[in-house]
Design a protein around this ligand. Structure first.
Ligand code: MRU
Length: 356
């Protein structure tokens, strides 16, 4: 998608380096950063220079390529794969991508390993682009239906950033919105700010602005009132891990939006590529929920009147805090899952119907 009218992807490989858009600098600065080593890739995932389930998967795949460039050695590769998987715990795409790479590289000789690793990482990236595009085409049908009935702007609420910045291109939750906009449908997006890191305000609003899509940033607690007042036609969110029973793990606060949507008869959709499905865990209590540094909660970063990026503390140093990054929305609150293969019920039957 576009930034200042120039098309970008979030990650690419060039001259034996991995290039990323440093998302910790957005929206105030646009910085392209080089990842030279597997350590750089791990650090980029940990510090959220790259974030979003599909994008951290792709970064991990390229991280293994960097590891081979650095040292073509099996035990180094194995250690790199373990460190990459451990860099963030909740999004399943990370492990999915590393496992896929390691399976492909199993038994490959030293001469061919780099070429095969690079080809596989590129396949993961291209596949994600095409999956996200298809999610958009499938989700477009829902927006079209609402638009035809309403004959007015379709108001869509989203949480966090499940936009193209969280993937390689198109995004998951935003892909149907981009497709609707490109088709000339009138859409407006309510963007949850998404405390504490403000991925909604900093990233979703930014990328929608760059594509010319009307959007309004709201506090995380405003969605309930907007739904009660009939100002939300549908919700679309992304996910970091969806269980085979249809339970959806996503950015903290998603669950509360789903409850509110249910109470107000607002359709609540979750958009995901199949790489986000965890077919193994059966009980959502087994999903590792990432707990991040409490400084993300106690401090906010922004731009001051001299155009300088500054960070300030917002509550007493003595106050204790807890920064849980994800929650789980039970399948019963999800109207449907929008995938690359079509839309299905959030259930084992629904998912297995699409993905055998
Ligand atoms: O902590 P983040 O910013 O990596 O969390 C991202 C999300 O929760 C997204 O909604 C999810 O990864 C879906 S991305 C298409």
């Amino acid at each position: 998608m576009r930034i200042e009218n120039k098309s970008y992807r979030t990650i690419w490989f060039e001259n034996n380096l991995v290039k990323i858009i440093d998302q910790t600098k957005l929206p105030h600065q646009f910085v392209i950063k080089d990842l030279k080593t597997v350590k750089d890739a791990i650090n980029a995932i940990k510090t959220m220079e790259v974030r979003g389930a599909p994008l951290i998967g792709a970064t991990a795949a390229y991280g293994l390529v960097l590891s081979i460039i650095e040292k073509n050695d099996l035990s180094f590769l194995k250690k790199s794969s373990e460190d990459l998987i451990a860099s963030r715990p909740t999004a399943i795409n990370l492990k999915w991508a590393v496992d896929r790479m390691m399976k492909k590289l199993h038994g490959v000789n030293d001469k061919d390993i780099l070429r095969i690793a690079l080809d596989e990482a590129k396949d993961i990236v291209e596949e994600d682009v095409s999956f996200c595009k298809n999610i958009g085409l499938n989700g477009l049908k829902i927006i079209e239906e609402i638009s035809n009935k309403k004959k007015d702007t379709v108001n869509i609420l989203t949480h966090c950033n499940a936009g193209w910045l969280a993937t390689i291109d198109w995004g998951t939750a935003t892909s149907p919105i981009y497709h609707a906009h490109q088709k000339g449908l009138k859409v407006h997006v309510w963007v949850d700010e998404t405390r504490p890191r403000n991925q909604g305000a900093n990233l979703t609003s930014y990328e929608l602005n760059e594509e010319g899509i009307p959007n309004t940033v709201i506090t995380d607690n405003a969605g309930g009132l907007l739904m009660q007042r009939g100002r939300v036609d549908m919700c679309i969110v992304g996910t970091d891990r969806t269980l085979s029973n249809g339970d959806v793990c996503n950015k903290i606060g998603t669950y509360l939006k789903a409850l509110s949507a249910k109470d107000n008869n607002v359709p609540f959709y979750v958009a995901l590529p199949s790489s986000t499905i965890d077919w193994n865990i059966k009980d959502h209590k087994q999903i590792p929920i990432e707990e991040r540094n409490s400084e993300e909660l106690s401090h906010v970063e922004g731009i001051d009147k001299n155009n300088q990026v500054t960070k300030v503390r917002i509550y007493p140093e003595k106050s204790k805090s807890m920064n849980l990054a994800f929650d789980v929305t039970p399948a019963k609150y999800v109207t449907g899952l929008i995938t690359e293969k079509g839309i299905c019920e959030a259930s084992e039957k629904g998912l297995k119907g699409l993905f055998q």
